[in-house]
Design a protein around this ligand. Structure first.
Ligand code: AMP
Length: 447
């Protein structure tokens, strides 16, 4: 079968125009495989992660079906419900519907936690065609009688594996229990853990199964490298990496919220525009951080795994894992933030002695070795470390691998005032030249 074009789908004129305006010429694989079935009203089980174009894969046919059966909105009764695990993702899905549906006279609303109830209640009371929601706030609003799902025509569950991780399954069960029996159901998940199977069986009727970009594919598409570095030198290494101008827009991952704040502060002190995004920040602060990053005012966004999930920002040139993720799957989610929609991407992982076990777990999951960057000035000499070190052992017993001062280094202390006792007793130094640039690492694997 030839690869379809958007013209083959025969979308209504306003959607065709929106696609033209977005410069979408060719459907991505998930779109090519899903859209015809969704236009025909089939249920769908989609195994795909963000970055594959899955939002348009469901939003376009849903919008088209709504456009072909326009009717006045009914207060409190949406026709379409999309459930997403995080506020950011919900907002981005809502924006995608608004983008593709801008020529249609449809009403939509997004209901998420962390913001006031009143505007959401008002929007629901006026009536919407499309509602995008996170499970907790939706249940609250259902409980207060602000929204009813008995008129629902289409239900989309997005990032179901994340929902499971975040403990949303009971909330989803409650929501599903009140959906009309006659409905169009779509289910998306990056992975299909067995714990999701009962939900899939309950939700979907004779679904079409579509699987694209299995996890290893993302790992193959992204140029990823690991840099061994002591914990104390990670900050200096980060600054050195960011001193390369090819690192235009970088998403840095921290394991903890506190760590994310700390890294963003260090970078600001070092003169790098940066911001942090995590669950302890208000919704407004998170939005501000996202917009700043999206429009290029902020060069580096430091995020925790959950906050970064679903961030729909193109042209992230680099993903930098300041800490390794505890769950190997999160590595794939993280690096999938770059190299979106076929673009090139680059991911760097800073691995200290204690994190080697996590690295091995990731390599097993993606079924490949991650090449090692050998030529950077903060390289940790693994030969001096005991082999049995693990994550839980706390700080390394010795303090191996002091950085070699790079030749020509100005040795300028960086952010001295911000360095706390846990960040090393000697101010890290920034390599002036010959430091590790964003894309110019020579990689040679040898551990
Ligand atoms: P998603 O997987 O839904 O998060 O989409 C990833 C990115 O791909 C988004 O920025 C979309 O705007 C973009 N995108 C989706 N479909 C297409 C397409 N057919 N052509 C070009 N870009 C697309």
């Amino acid at each position: 079968m030839n690869t379809p074009t958007f013209a083959d789908f025969e979308f209504v004129e306003p959607i065709r125009l929106a696609l033209e305006a977005e410069n979408y010429t060719t459907p991505t694989p998930i779109q090519a495989q899903s859209i015809p079935h969704l236009l025909a009203g089939r249920d769908l089980l989609g195994c795909a992660q963000t970055g594959t174009g899955k939002t348009a894969a469901f939003a376009l046919p849903i919008l088209n079906r709504l456009a072909e059966s326009m009717r006045p909105v009914v207060p409190k009764k949406p026709r379409v419900l999309v459930l997403a695990p995080t506020r950011e993702l919900a907002q981005q899905i809502d924006e995608s519907f608004a983008t593709y549906g801008r020529g249609l006279k449809l009403r939509q609303a997004v209901v998420v936690g962390g913001v006031g109830y009143t505007p959401q209640q008002r929007a629901l009371a006026r009536g919407v065609d499309i509602l995008v929601a996170t499970p907790g706030r939706l249940l609250d609003l259902m409980g207060q009688g602000d929204v009813r799902l008995d008129g629902l025509e289409t239900f989309v569950l997005d990032e179901a594996d994340r929902m499971l991780d975040m403990g949303f399954l009971p909330a989803i069960e409650k929501i599903i229990a009140v959906l009309p029996k006659q409905r169009h159901s779509l289910f998306f998940s990056a992975t299909m853990p067995p714990a999701l199977m009962p939900l899939i069986q309950r939700l979907l009727k004779d679904p079409v199964k579509v699987e694209v970009a299995p996890q290893s594919t993302t790992a193959e598409r992204v140029d990823h490298r690991v840099m061994f570095v002591s914990r104390d030198n990670k900050r200096a290494l980060l600054e050195a990496v960011l001193s390369d101008s090819s690192v235009k827009r970088a998403l840095v991952f921290s394991r903890t919220k506190h760590g994310a704040d700390k890294i963003a502060k260090w970078l600001l002190l070092a003169g790098v525009s940066s911001d942090a995004i995590h669950g302890n920040k208000s919704q407004t602060a998170r939005q501000r951080a996202l917009y700043g990053f999206r429009d290029g005012r902020t060069r580096v966004l430091v995020a925790t795994d959950i906050a970064a999930r679903g961030i729909d920002i193109d042209n992230i040139t680099h993903v930098i894992n300041f800490d390794l993720p505890m769950e190997p799957e999160n590595y794939v989610h993280r690096i999938g933030r770059t190299a979106r929609a076929g673009a090139e991407g680059f991911a760097l992982t800073f691995c200290d002695g204690e994190e080697r076990g996590l690295l091995r777990g990731i390599e097993r999951t993606i079924n490949q070795r991650i090449p090692v960057v050998e030529n950077h000035p903060f390289k940790l000499n693994l030969a001096t470390l005991p082999m049995s070190e693990g994550r839980s052992s706390g700080r390394p017993p010795a303090r191996p691998g002091r950085p070699q001062r790079p030749a020509g280094s100005s040795g300028r202390p960086v952010g001295r005032g911000a360095a706390s006792s846990t960040e090393g007793d000697q101010p890290p130094r920034r390599p002036a030249r010959g430091g590790p640039p964003g894309r110019r690492f020579g990689a040679a694997s040898g551990r």
